[in-house]
Design a protein around this ligand. Structure first.
Ligand SMILES: NC(=O)c1ccc[n+]([C@@H]2O[C@H](COP(=O)([O-])OP(=O)(O)OC[C@H]3O[C@@H](n4cnc5c(N)ncnc54)[C@H](O)[C@@H]3O)[C@@H](O)[C@H]2O)c1
Length: 274
């Protein structure tokens, strides 16, 4: 696994004062074995947070933990191998994390898959799989941590949606629908749990260089050159650009931001000229 965040940025985060109130916080990250989940694990580790990492990939989690500990030897980190689609396994992992750490302060609901198929060829099984991981999984994890957060009177949930929950793209019926559902679920949870001290927001990234994008490019379902030209910022995003936004939204700096979907897409969704 390549290091997704520059040593320079990690050092700046570790030395900076901006997000130091996250030190000691317990952060549960789903889909932490790769891509954005791993980048967010690095960023929160740099602030001194304690990490509970969940993924369906045992190998990914073990690699992630080993790499984190090589940079942050004092890091408190536990891994949980589970699918976010398995409601019982999610509740069991959350209960274990709560028992180990004494509670969960932040959930980064990040696990998700892409689904690019011409809609008339998309199988029912692939539609259901996308909705199951990208929507049901987000709901199970949010519900599992919310019970403890409500009892604590505080907590932050950040759902990783997508710009494709805001704007449409061809051959992505299941993906766009799933991410639009995540964005709306974010708002419902925020207005329901706000008075109990929780904040629920979503990050909606544009194209970010991760394994998810690499696989679509390798399968011929994505053209990097076209994407780069279509993006007003003239490049794809970097995973640390999502990770630092997650730090901000989880921190006290964002204490009055609730029920929002923050788009980080280099201007993609603002652009409609050609
Ligand atoms: N990379 C992008 O351009 C981009 C853009 C917008 C949104 N997103 C969203 O960001 C999130 C992370 O994407 P990424 O690019 O890092 O992808 P990735 O494929 O690199 O990582 C996804 C991780 O989720 C895990 N995972 C998959 N199914 C799971 C399951 N059922 N239970 C638990 N873990 C599971 C995988 O094992 C993997 O470690 C996804 O929700 C994705 O939709 C990504």
């Amino acid at each position: 696994m390549k290091n997704t965040m520059s040593v320079d940025l990690l050092a700046r985060l570790a030395k900076g004062k901006s997000f130091m109130e996250l030190a000691g916080k317990v952060v549960l990250i789903t889909g932490a074995g790769s891509g954005l989940g791993y980048a967010m694990a690095q960023a929160f580790a740099a602030t001194g947070a304690r990490l509970a990492l969940l993924d369906i990939s045992k190998v990914g989690l073990e690699q992630c933990r080993a790499q984190l500990l090589s940079v942050f030897p004092d890091l408190s980190v536990q891994i949980y191998v589970a699918s976010v689609t398995d409601e019982q396994a999610v509740h069991a992992a959350v209960a274990q994390a709560q028992a180990t750490f004494g509670g969960i302060d932040v959930l980064l609901n990040n696990a998700g898959i892409a689904m690019n198929q011409p809609t008339h060829e998309l199988s029912g099984a692939d539609w259901r799989k996308t909705i199951d991981i990208n929507v049901n999984g987000v709901f199970y994890c949010a519900q599992a941590v919310a019970q403890g957060m409500i009892a604590q009177g505080q907590g932050v949930i950040l759902n990783i949606s997508s710009m494709y929950g805001q704007v449409a793209a061809p051959e992505r019926a299941a993906y766009c629908t799933s991410k639009a559902a995540v964005s709306m679920l974010t708002k419902v949870l925020a207005i329901e749990w706000g008075k109990q001290g929780l904040r629920v927001n979503a990050i909606a990234p544009g194209y970010v260089k991760t394994a998810l994008v690499d696989q679509l490019v390798a399968a011929g379902r994505m053209d990097l050159d076209v994407l780069t030209k279509r993006t007003p910022s003239g490049r794809l995003g970097e995973s640390h650009e999502v990770a630092t936004l997650a730090l901000f939204l989880a921190s006290e700096h964002a204490s009055f931001i609730n029920g929002q979907v923050i788009v980080a897409d280099g201007g993609w969704s603002a652009y409609s000229y050609i």
